[in-house]
Design a protein around this ligand. Structure first.
Ligand code: UD1
Ligand code: CA
Length: 452
């Protein structure tokens, strides 16, 4: 099968410099949703028609299985499909999809495929209470005879509630021939793809229809309001699927998944969490309110308390993170690690049972097991030009308000006194402290204000 995705339109009502089909829904361009769905049908040809916004669309979405055809100027949906013709294989059928209709399911497309064959024109239609600006499906004795655009329709035709979703499957050789006969003599001065329906009827080719499971599958995005509406529908669907799998959601209306979230058994997610990219939550993971988690793997039984920001990180089993913790890219925590409030970890490995509970920066560090990092500890990893590593071996105790000036190593079992600025390695098993000795000045008096 050939698949053609129409994505050249400008999307004037989006009020944006970004081509409409590149606006993100659930963190991914509208057009990518359509491409991903098309791929599930294993098409032999996948052709995207682009135009508005110059080369942004092919530059951003290029892939070995996609052919891009430019439509310039954009003279209508029929003219758009014409640009794909050199790419299409005549021996199979052609499915037309819209780059701004992101939520059509593969299941509904398969239903259309099931009724399609090379001697028919098959259209996905839907009944709407308010058919608005959609093209109307005109039937005679139950048979589809043509589609009339709202702007060209008579009063009676406008009352028709069955509309064209735009998605259709046509026999390719016929399609090519019908497209050559299109004219732009209509209200919008465009070459309408929908006019092929009347051509098919004239050629004695039956026009059949199938319906999607849900109306939202056929909704297109023409404005930011519609984009927001589809985002909510999509998020509602994702939340529903998570609940179905047994995930506990404090409020299915207050979770956003912008990527893939996979959850084990007995996972609980509190309100207002955002998951981006690929996130894996193993069994018994708890996510507190207001967390943003991107490309992360969180192991069995870990507890992420409220207001954490986690990106490109691995959290070990039974670990406790937050509240207000930030795990930046390259963080790898083993099991039972505690990262507390206002602690930032970056590009560091922290081994099992270690803790940094308060107000700390751990960057470019390798931290052993059972290490206790006191409040206010900072790895000084950057000299303004280069970054250096800090190594903290097993069973180290770091007193509060310590600075470790990297590169530096703290030997196994060492203790660093509070307030230490460590600029040389600390030997294992010993107390190292860099601190001016405390003195008390005997007989010292506070100055007193002089009376003039
Ligand atoms: C079209 C259909 C209408 C249908 C509706 C469903 C036609 C003439 N009308 O109308 O029957 O109910 O979709 O949403 O087909 N595009 C191009 N190049 C162009 C024009 C459009 O690539 O020159 C693309 C757009 O980017 C968009 C799609 O085609 O993805 C639909 O275009 P749009 O202008 O929104 O068509 P409608 O007027 O909504
Ligand atoms: Ca439209």
């Amino acid at each position: 099968m050939n698949v053609v995705i129409l994505a050249a339109g400008m999307g004037k009502r989006m009020q944006s410099a970004l081509p409409k089909v590149l606006h993100p829904l659930a963190g991914k361009p509208l057009l990518s949703h359509v491409i991903d769905t098309a791929r599930t049908l294993s098409p032999s040809t996948l052709c995207v028609i682009y135009g508005h916004g110059g080369d942004m669309v092919p530059e951003l979405l290029q892939a070995p299985d996609i052919a891009f055809a430019r439509q310039e100027p954009q003279l209508g949906t029929g003219h758009a499909v014409m640009q794909a013709l050199p790419h299409l294989n005549d021996d199979t059928q052609t499915l037309v999809l819209y780059g701004d209709v992101p939520l059509t399911t593969a299941r509904s497309l398969r239903r259309l495929l099931d009724i399609a064959d090379k001697n028919k024109l098959s259209i996905l239609t839907v009944e709407l209470d308010d058919p608005a600006s959609y093209g109307r499906i005109v039937r005679e004795q139950g048979r589809i005879v043509r589609i009339v655009e709202q702007k060209d329709a008579t009063e009676t035709e406008r009352a028709i509630r069955e509309v064209n979703t735009g998605i259709l499957i046509a026999p390719t050789a016929r399609l090519k021939q019908w497209l050559t006969t299109l004219s732009n003599d209509n209200a919008q001065g465009e070459y309408y793809l929908t006019d092929i329906v009347a051509r098919a009827v004239a050629d004695g080719v039956p026009v059949v229809s199938a319906q999607p499971d849900a109306v939202w599958e056929t909704l297109g995005v023409n404005s930011k309001a519609q984009l927001a509406e589809l985002e909510r529908i999509h998020q509602h669907n994702i939340a529903g699927a998570l609940l179905e799998q047994g995930v506990t959601l404090a409020d299915p209306a207050r979770i956003d998944v912008r990527g893939t979230l996979s959850c084990g058994r007995d996972v609980a997610i509190d309100i207002n969490c955002i998951f981006e990219g690929k996130v894996e939550l193993a069994d018994n993971v708890t996510i507190g309110a207001h967390c943003v988690i991107k490309n992360a793997r969180i192991a069995n039984g870990a507890v992420i308390k409220p207001f954490c920001h986690i990106e490109d990180a691995i959290v070990g089993a039974e670990s406790m993170i937050g509240p207000y913790a930030r795990l930046r890219p390259g963080t790898e925590l083993a099991e039972d690690v505690h990262i507390g409030n206002f602690v930032e970890v970056k590009n560091s490995q922290i081994a099992a049972h270690s803790k940094a509970n308060h107000l700390t920066y751990v960057g470019d560090a390798t931290v052993g097991s059972r290490v206790n990092i006191g409040a206010g500890t900072i790895t000084c990893n950057y000299d303004g030009a280069n970054k250096f590593r800090t190594v903290i071996e097993d069973d180290v105790f770091i007193g509060s308000d310590t600075q470790l000036v990297a590169p530096v190593r703290v030997g196994k079992g060492a203790t660093l006194g509070a307030g230490t600025t460590l600029t040389m390695n600390a030997p294992e098993g010993k107390l190292t402290v860099s601190r001016a000795r405390q003195t008390t000045i005997e007989g010292w008096k506070r100055p007193i204000k002089q009376n003039k």
